[in-house]
Design a protein. Structure first.
Length: 124
């Protein structure tokens, strides 16, 4: 029996690439965390299925490590924002972000400032 790529591995691989980029990390870093070589990670990202045990490690890393805000976001005062999202909401937001070609952090960084715009509109 061989590893069968789960149907959501293409999405996972895209998410991993964006997540690594957003955090300034690379395949060598991920390889170290998964106890494999960088070449193995490159093969996973290019064409080979990620084994279930390694997929679990990667998903846990993504959950545990914060996503850095993109460099174009300027924070005037230091603020920590923690979002607690149920899995369905997080998945929906991630999918919307990736359809826009953004990481979840980039998407939220663009969208959060717009939340207050309706408060400033006359007649609303």
């Amino acid at each position: 029996m061989h590893d069968v790529e789960s149907p959501n591995q293409d999405e996972l691989k895209m998410n991993v690439k964006l997540w690594l980029k957003a955090n300034g990390m690379n395949y060598a870093w991920l390889a170290d965390k998964c106890y494999v070589t960088e070449a193995t990670v490159r093969n996973w990202m290019a064409r080979k299925p990620i084994p279930a045990a390694k997929e679990h490690i990667i998903r846990e890393l993504i959950k545990q490590l914060p996503i850095s805000l993109p460099s174009r976001v300027k924070v005037q005062e230091e603020t920590l924002v923690t979002l607690s999202l149920d899995p369905a909401t997080r998945k929906a937001l991630e999918q919307k972000a990736f359809r826009c070609g953004k990481t979840l952090a980039e998407f939220l960084a663009d969208e959060v400032p717009r939340l207050g715009e309706s408060d400033n509109q006359p007649g609303e």
